[in-house]
Design a protein around this ligand. Structure first.
Ligand code: LLP
Length: 429
């Protein structure tokens, strides 16, 4: 469910026509719907309400302070994966007691920063990290609270580049040796193992991996407790899929049904780290057609958003629905199923101005004839869009706008040429 809809053949975000936003803020532009963001956060909070979970919005998905602040204001904590993300979470008003810190390569500086702020716990991903965490805790006279991140060794479930729970990936502790590692820190004066963590991959369109992961988790929690570790938290990570191509995603309820039984059994406090589920369908990328051309029998729509704005198609061959903001008479609203024929369309490549053949938002996509100046919407761009954007080809990063009802506000201004060189020392000499 989202609040992007066609009213009288014109795409609106909540009650605001997108053409009005393009006019005021320019393109390319990320547009977010506040109602959609909050709706999805609420869906997770309600589906898991029985467990009173600590929902930790995953900052890496979309770290804009204004979006993070909305999350905090509506009860969310944060999952962070770097000192920078911790800084963002705190700046957004995040409660440190609801912040968890994952990542395979935390530095001493990042650990100290997290200790100073008093986060809930560290998600620890290797034996060396666990011992180093104990040493850093000792050096500042404190006790580290750790959740061991397990790689539960599940079958492939999503794109190879984002599957984090198949054997051999860099994430987490191997399920076969995690108990040995845990045994090695029983009674450690500066370490308390208080939880078990797993993040299975992203995006996941089935509840089955969560059922399998949680069941393996329950066995591990019992064993860790037997070793003497006071396990209070089960952190099931994020990864809940969203609608990209059609209505393929599961409701939050489906994940709750397989996770909650294990929460009841272990009596752990549940932690969740959703990102994409909350912000993915709450944002789109608005762009304007610059030129169209044909080459070798292929049709190209060259518009002003590129791989530096949304790298997911280039990186993962991801599918994002794309449709004109003001489709002409006879055209439907964006089709619900792109695998069937769509009248008045023909296969076209939607590309940007970046100097790479891999710069595309869609390949051989059935779209109507577009002309210079037309606006296009690339949907489901709220997650890992702006967050993974870059200045490649010295392109200024896009602006971001947050819409609520009839009102809209800039939450990140468009970058300028001066911004491009600002961090380069002595750039004006
Ligand atoms: N927790 C941990 C430890 C994670 O590594 C991630 C995502 C999340 C939570 C949030 O997952 P989500 O609920 O958003 O699925 N750039 C890729 C996705 C990479 C995900 C990285 N980790 C993409 O655009 O599909």
């Amino acid at each position: 469910m989202d609040h992007f809809q066609y009213l009288d053949r014109v795409l609106h975000c909540e009650e605001v026509p997108l053409a009005e936003l393009a006019e005021k803020y320019g393109t390319p532009l990320f547009v977010y719907s506040q109602a959609t963001l909050l709706h999805h956060l609420k869906q997770i909070q309600s589906a898991f309400a029985e467990a009173d979970p600590i929902v930790c919005y995953s900052v890496k998905t979309n770290g804009n302070i204004h979006i993070a602040r909305l999350m905090a204001e509506h009860g969310s904590g944060f999952d962070v994966t770097s000192g920078g993300e911790l800084f963002r979470a705190l700046k957004a008003g995040g409660d440190p007691k609801k912040i968890v810190f994952a990542g395979v390569g935390k530095t001493d500086v990042e650990m100290r920063y997290a200790f100073e702020t008093g986060i809930l716990f560290f998600d620890v991903e290797s034996e060396q990290e666990l011992h180093r965490l104990g040493e850093v805790a000792k050096s500042i006279g404190t006790v580290a609270r750790a959740a061991l991140r397990v790689n539960p060794d599940l079958p492939p479930k999503t794109h190879i580049k984002t599957d984090t729970s198949v054997k051999g990936v860099k994430f987490g502790l191997d399920i076969d040796t995690i108990l040995e590692v845990a045994q090695g820190v029983v009674g450690h004066p500066n370490l308390q193992v208080v939880g078990l963590h797993m993040h299975l991959g992203s995006p996941i369109l089935s509840a089955e991996p969560y059922r399998q992961g949680a069941e393996k988790g329950a066995i591990l929690i019992a064993a860790l407790r037997k070793q003497g570790h006071p396990i209070q938290y089960l952190n099931m990570g994020g990864g809940f899929g969203i609608h990209y191509r059609k209505q393929e995603a599961l409701p939050a309820q489906a994940f709750a049904e397989v996770i909650l039984p294990v929460v009841r059994e272990t009596k752990c406090r549940l932690v969740l780290e959703p990102g994409r589920f909350i912000v993915g369908n709450a944002g789109l990328l608005l762009s304007r057609v610059i030129f169209t051309k044909e080459s070798g029998g292929k049709h190209y729509i060259i518009q002003d958003a590129a791989m530096n704005d949304l790298i997911r198609p280039t990186l993962y061959d991801s599918f994002h629905r794309i449709w004109p903001v003001a489709p002409s008479a006879g055209l439907p609203a964006p089709p619900l199923d792109y695998e069937t024929a769509i009248p008045h369309t023909f296969p076209q490549n939607v590309v940007g101005p970046v100097c790479e053949s891999g710069d595309f938002l869609a390949k051989d996509r059935n779209l109507p004839t577009m002309k210079r100046g037309d606006l296009l919407a690339t949907f489901s761009a709220g997650a890992y869009g702006m967050a993974m954007s870059s200045n490649y080809n010295a392109r200024c990063r896009a602006a971001e706008v947050l819409v609520t009802g009839r009102t809209h506000r800039l939450i990140r201004r468009r970058e300028t040429y001066d911004d491009l060189v600002r961090a380069e020392v002595d750039c004006n000499s």
